[in-house]
Ligand binder design. Sequence first.
Ligand code: PMP
Length: 404
Amino acid sequence: MTKISRRAQSLGTENAFVVLAEVNALARQGKDIISFCIGQPDFPAPLHVQEAAIRAIREGKHGYTPSAGIDPLREAAARYMAGMRGGLPIRPEDVVIGAGAKPFIAYAILSTTDHGAGDEVIYPNPGFPIYESQIIACGAQPVPVHLREGRDFAFDPAELEKLITPRTKLLILNYPHNPTGGLLSRKELEAIAAILQKHPQVWIYADEIYSRLCYAGEFFSIAQLPGMYERTIISDGASKTWAMTGWRIGFASNPVLAPVLTRWITNTDSCASQISQWAAVDAINGPQDAAEMMKKSFFDRRNLIIRLLNGTPGVSCRTPGGAFYAWPNVTKACRMIGAADSEEFRKRLLHEAGVALLADIHFGARVPGEGQHVRFSYAASNEAIEKGVARMADFIRRNTKKAA
Ligand code: PMP
């Protein structure tokens, strides 16, 4: 009898896509749903980027490319990534172009750990669900490091230090962070780097896909600290910065691992879409006013949603320093309406009030002692934000009365 492998059965998922299917089904039934589920900019890709893609098609630039990407994009990405990170010595040959930044998560784990050898990977919890899913599927040991609300959703470097063993091979960092919007401060990064100096076998995967959406000042990468550059795989891309999620363009850089990452791509996608690659060249080299406008708009919406959430009964929300996510604490609201946890809260909010969110459990096991949270992706119109949070406040008030 045919069987599905244990590896395939162990594969996790991104519940944003599962909830999205649920939301779409309700919408098809004619339900009025305001959705804050999906983590992508609500803007089209800039016009000059669209034009570049059309030009590439017309000029016949749509065959395979080298697995590492076309030279003009590797050059542009190297310059861009270095410029965003204090002038790191990133050369075009250190940069690999992928079909999005996401595939590099698996390639990094596959390139730094051995299957079934007990190799450990430390990753943020809550966190982007693909980290844990791929660590397990690749046959490594997942070791979560807990993010703390009291630290604005950074983790405590002392907690990290306790988790590192001789078997630790990779540390995944992500800031600005999905799902909390949190950052790691320069001081925290320095503490992390000092710890890693004592453990030279540990690689770093710096998931910096939200580097351009940093509201607290200039972005700073751990790779900028002494001794960290050579061991850090920096991952960035076009999805969030230029609203190009469906175009599938990511960039990863590391002076040692670039050829290894390239070989993985030869074994999987062959290359990223050539059309999208030419468009990304223009995204990087062309005018940045659309990217700046989007950032400004996310910043304004962050301020709006945080103000509204903090005026909602039973809800409190830290001000996130980046990305387009808010991670309100709804522990009290759950108690007020008699919901057992954030997932019951989320489901009832969707079905009874028409507001679609994700719950903390979609981003890993709940951190003990940190309470109940939900995630808003606020890449939505001001009107949707105002209406959505008002519906949530009304839902909590209505059900509190009932519970009382
Ligand atoms: N890392 C994080 C933390 C993300 O949130 C996302 C997108 N949701 C990605 C990586 C993947 O982005 P891409 O579209 O470039 O594959």
